[in-house]
Every structure is written in structure tokens, then in C-alpha cells.
Design a protein around this ligand. Structure first.
Ligand SMILES: Nc1ncnc2c1ncn2[C@@H]1O[C@H](COP(=O)(O)OP(=O)(O)O)[C@@H](O)[C@H]1O
Ligand SMILES: [Mg+2]
Length: 226
């Protein structure tokens, strides 16, 4: 099984304004399998966002290594880290954050502009919107879409440039249960049918089962689950 990401003894220690240190991640060893759904589960404050930010080259570990496609991102220049984020990674957040003055098509296309992709933009945007089941909502404005549909546009935006990996930080936390299930089905379909690699953080125990691999964070480390 090919690993997109592998970590080696990651630690993250925050220094607080009063000088105290907060050891949030302790010797984290994990892998992200290509084309699979990896779930990071843990209660609020357990370090999920901190870990995802380090995996996605948005933040630095205090010690340890992250290998992305066998390259140490911990030793990359800021320019290289920036290119990695723009070209190889897709991001989905809890709050959808579509641009309100752009329709679904334009919101997704905007990502292609950022990633510097010029060829076949229209085909890629329509393909991504179809993959999330929004082929019939291409020209809708965000306010004309339901919360779940808006999140689906955000998913299309995160996959349109065909990144190596997509990070989703609590993407269902603001959705009702049925809509959250729909979104999880879309993730599962993207990994199983389209070969997309997804890492998703959630505090929801009910969602864990759908993961191909589940890591549970507690007190800064992973716990074993039967
Ligand atoms: N920039 C920061 N400075 C200090 N403490 C932080 C910072 N970011 C997160 N933390 C702390 O690290 C812990 C983990 O936070 P976080 O990764 O956001 O958890 P989760 O995403 O699982 O809710 C929390 O106790 C939080 O207060
Ligand atoms: Mg978080």
C-alpha cells in the first residue's frame, strides 16, 4: 500500500504567553494510505487541527518529521511548502467559506486559478461538481444552495485541481445528521471510486466506522481501540 504521508515521532509544544508549555502532540507516528479515507478522531481540544496543520505544511512540528511522497516537508523552504499546499493539497473546513458573489462554477474555478492550471478549466470544474452530485447546480449562487450543497461545492473546490491529498477539518460539524451522512457518502465515493486520498478530522464517534484507517487522539497520543 502506497503512503502519501508518513510521520516519524512528531511532537508539538506550544509556549503560552505566561511561559508555560503545552505539549499537544506526543511522538505521533502515522501513515496516510493513497486512495483511502483516514479519520482523525478525538474530542475538542485533543489536537486534531494542530496535527492536520502540520501534515498539510501549514504549521511546523516542534520535533519529528513529516514525509510527503517520501520528501521531508519539515526541511522544505517556505516557497516549496507554499507550492506543495497550492498544487498537491486540497482543504475543506468546518465553515464553508464560499465566495458569496461567485456562483458554484466560479467558486470552483477560482481554485484552478490559484493552482496555476490553465488547461481545460471548464472540463475540470464540471467534472468536480458532477463528482459531488451538483451537476445540476453549476450556476447557482451560494445563497441559493442548502448548507449541504454549499459544503459539496467546497468539496468540489478542494478536489478540482486533482491534489494528491485532501484535508477536511470537521467538515460535517455544522450540518444536521442527514446532511452529514450525505457528505460522508460523498467522501467514501471519492476515495473508493475516484481514487482521492482524504484525511478527515472529527469529534463524532458515529463517523469513525466509515474510515479505512482510524486514529484516535487522546492526551496527545493515539489510543488503541478494539
Ligand atoms: N496557537 C496555539 N497556541 C497555544 N495553544 C494552542 C494553539 N493552537 C492550539 N492550541 C491548544 O492545543 C490544543 C489542541 O488544539 P486543537 O488542535 O485545535 O484541537 P482540536 O482540533 O482537536 O479541537 C488545545 O488545548 C488548544 O487550546
Ligand atoms: Mg479542530
Amino acid at each position: 500500500m502506497a503512503h502519501i504521508i508518513k510521520t516519524n515521532e512528531l511532537n508539538k509544544i506550544f509556549t503560552l504567553p505566561n511561559g508555560d508549555s503545552l505539549h499537544v502532540l506526543k511522538n505521533i507516528n502515522m501513515v496516510v494510505d493513497q486512495g483511502k479515507l483516514t479519520i482523525l478522531r478525538g474530542r475538542s481540544g485533543s489536537g486534531k487541527t494542530t496535527l492536520m496543520n502540520i501534515l498539510a505544511a501549514l504549521d511546523f512540528a516542534s520535533s519529528g518529521e513529516v514525509l510527503f511522497d517520501n520528501v521531508k516537508i519539515t526541511q522544505m523552504s517556505e516557497r516549496k511548502r507554499c507550492l506543495l499546499r497550492r498544487e498537491k493539497i486540497g482543504f475543506i473546513f468546518q465553515s464553508v467559506a464560499l465566495i458569496p458573489t461567485m456562483n458554484a462554477y466560479e467558486n470552483v474555478e477560482y481554485m484552478l486559478r490559484l493552482a496555476g492550471i490553465r488547461k481545460n478549466r471548464k472540463g475540470l470544474v464540471i467534472e468536480a461538481l458532477r463528482m459531488v452530485g451538483l451537476g445540476a447546480r453549476i450556476y447557482h449562487m451560494p445563497q441559493e444552495l442548502s448548507g449541504g450543497e454549499q459544503q459539496r461545492v467546497a468539496i468540489a473546490r478542494a478536489i478540482v485541481h486533482k491534489p494528491k491529498i485532501v484535508f477536511a477539518d470537521e467538515p460535517t460539524a455544522e450540518l444536521d445528521t442527514n446532511t452529514a451522512i450525505q457528505i460522508m457518502k460523498i467522501f467514501k465515493n471519492l476515495t473508493d471510486k475516484e481514487g482521492v486520498t482524504i484525511v478527515m478530522a472529527t469529534h463524532d464517534v458515529g463517523i469513525m466506522e466509515i474510515g479505512d484507517r482510524v486514529y484516535e487522539l487522546e492526551d496527545g497520543g493515539f489510543i488503541e481501540r478494539e
